[in-house]
Design a protein around this ligand. Sequence first.
Ligand code: GLU
Length: 278
Amino acid sequence: MSPIENARRVVIKVGTSTLTYENGRLNLRRVEALCRVLADLKNAGREVTLVTSGAIGVGAGHLGLKERPRDIGGKQAAAAVGQCELMYIYDKQFSEYGHVTAQVLLTRDVMDDDRRRRNVVNTLTRLLEYGAIPIINENDTVAVEEIEFGDNDTLSAMVAELIGAQALILLTDIDGLYDADPRRHPEARRIPVVEQIDDRLRALAGGAGSSRGTGGMITKLNAAQIAMQAGIPAVIMNGAQPFRLYDLFDGRPRGTLFLPGGKSDDSGEDRRERSDEK
Ligand code: GLU
């Protein structure tokens, strides 16, 4: 059985490039599909925590700015607008399926302080016990360099560790980790299973992501590594078709699976397959 199929407490991270169109506006079709699937995973008995990006991108889109602001004041203002918009949509969507959402905004310093960290753990645990869906983002409107996570990939891995999640799923705009850059090398193959993150993999992941988000593949690898070290399996997969999450949770290999402790529950047949998910 795949470790993801077994996972009850799961953290799912969705990036700006999945949530929005190029112009920064929300991709409603996708957001709606994602919320529906997550609501259903919850109905099926999983505890779902969502880590969402998109506040800055959506805020910029909502304000009609031509591009994502580059200065801190602009980013923080856009985030304040976008975070409202995001929560409005999530709350509306999840409510339609009878679920309760909870907004949790974190800064890095919370993780470094025992008492504050414990408080966050208690709050998140209680929310899950109450059956709510915690929706987490960095508190972008107050986060300055010294206290920022910088990217939500890292944030999501830390949250997964904090709440003792059994799986971390990173949804992005590419099918997983490839053995070459698929945008430049059409023959590139997706790597289905990773048991150890080494320099070779880091080199493969080099380079930034889209212009709308903050992370790229390298921040996802770092997140996967944090999860692996905490004994949590992680998956990087495409968020463009949220219904594929069903496949993943049904135990079918999707994206790239990062196995903690070098143990594989996978049959091995899919190890170097060509991606069918483009
Ligand atoms: N917290 C940022 C936002 O909501 C996203 C950071 C990231 O893209 O990783 O816009």
